[in-house]
Design a binder for this molecule. Structure first.
Ligand SMILES: NC(=O)c1ccc[n+]([C@@H]2O[C@H](COP(=O)([O-])OP(=O)(O)OC[C@H]3O[C@@H](n4cnc5c(N)ncnc54)[C@H](OP(=O)(O)O)[C@@H]3O)[C@@H](O)[C@H]2O)c1
Length: 340
């Protein structure tokens, strides 16, 4: 499987690390090979496969990867790489943008139109155009996978799609954003003000580049869109989610909730009638009541009842493990020649 990696940041580097480690063990019976990497400065291309150690060395010396003396292509845009390099899969891991989903939207559509499967961890294109993108993938006869967009490495989408396949999922509820959960946990357990808890989250590197993405509930709303479309077969986009962030949650409200043995969490929820993200009081004994940066999702099923999955919602190699899961899924689908 020849792979073009677009974006070489936290997740991109995690992907090269995890692929190198797992491939070295040769335990999947498949041969993934990164033949090109494109980032903002240019690209590096080698049809025989790139060496992550060498690229890391170049980065460590303060140069862009396109400065590679043997295979570097300074200034070459990701779109040209996707168009011109022979590969089976594009792994798209550029920064999220919920205004127009670019540059990821163009990268993904270019990949589809040139017959390449896509794996992404980028929520932007899915939040703004998921129904159109899944149709375009089908039209071009390629697979589109995005399990790292919800829950990081925790297989929330797969758990619902596969393990609960024989059931009917009636509703989904969850803590879908680690940063806001960290802030609310700090506020309720340590009586830290919202501003101080946000500053701590930024210091610890938990907050997105743009903190509004987290604290105003946009990140969680993007994940609600993905869950609603992929698991509950809705056709919604970000504008359909009723969204309130955590800016106005006060220490007093948290104290009042604590007296009722409850706490306030930013809950994303989808059922028959609505999709929303809002601060909600839940009982401290609810399985959803997780602390710190953890994520948790509860699926309410017609037959199996309630199932809750808890795990880390982000991280470099954690999210990269979701990319590997998607690559294996595509490989399996290709091997069995089943197009879904
Ligand atoms: N980090 C996580 O734990 C996590 C978890 C789940 C999902 N995600 C999602 O995964 C995606 C990647 O996250 P990340 O943390 O790896 O972000 P990141 O560290 O900011 O890396 C993004 C990479 O994309 C490059 N890039 C920017 N514009 C580009 C363009 N036009 N063409 C090619 N490359 C471009 C950046 O280059 P420069 O650095 O030079 O700008 C950087 O190398 C995001 O959409 C994020 O929301 C992240």
């Amino acid at each position: 499987m020849r792979i073009i990696l677009v974006g070489y940041g936290v997740v991109g580097k995690g992907v090269t690390t995890v692929l190198a480690r797992r491939y070295a063990e040769k335990d999947y019976g498949f041969n993934p090979k990164i033949v090109a990497i494109a980032d903002i400065d240019g690209a590096v291309i080698n049809p025989r496969g790139l060496s992550p150690e060498k690229l890391e060395e170049i980065k460590q010396r303060g140069y862009p990867i396109s400065a590679d003396p043997d295979f570097g292509r300074p200034g070459m845009a990701a779109l040209d790489v996707i168009e011109s390099v022979e590969a089976e899969v594009v792994v798209e891991v550029t920064p999220v943008n919920i205004k127009n989903a670019e540059p990821a939207l163009s990268h993904i559509t270019k990949a589809f139109k040139t017959g390449k499967h896509v794996v992404t961890t980028n929520k932007g294109p899915l939040a703004l155009a998921m129904p159109a993108l899944t149709e375009l993938a089908e039209f071009n006869n390629v697979y589109f996978r995005f399990s790292g967009t919800v829950g990081g490495g925790t297989p929330m989408l797969e758990f619902a799609k596969r393990c609960l396949a024989g059931d009917r999922i009636l509703a989904i509820k969850g803590i879908l954003n680690g940063t806001t959960n960290y802030i609310l946990t700090e506020m309720s357990q340590n009586q830290v003000t919202f501003q101080d808890a946000l500053a701590n989250a930024e210091k610890l590197g938990y907050a997105e580049r743009e903190p509004s993405m987290d604290i105003d509930g946009f990140d969680a709303a993007c994940k609600v869109v993905i869950l609603a479309n992929w698991i509950l077969n809705k056709k919604i986009t970000l504008k359909d989610v009723d969204r309130t962030g955590i800016r106005n949650v006060s220490l007093q409200e948290l104290e009042k909730a604590a007296k009722r043995n409850g706490t306030i969490k930013l809950i994303g929820s989808i059922d028959e009638d609505q999709a929303s993200v809002k601060p909600t009081e839940i009982s401290k004994t609810d399985p959803l009541c997780v602390s710190g940066v953890l994520n948790a999702v509860k699926f309410s099923c017609e037959y199996a009842g309630e199932q809750t999955l808890i795990g880390k919602g982000a991280g470099s190699i954690e999210t990269a493990s979701a990319v590997l899961r998607d690559l294996l899924d595509i490989r399996h689908k290709l091997a069995t020649r089943l197009l879904t």
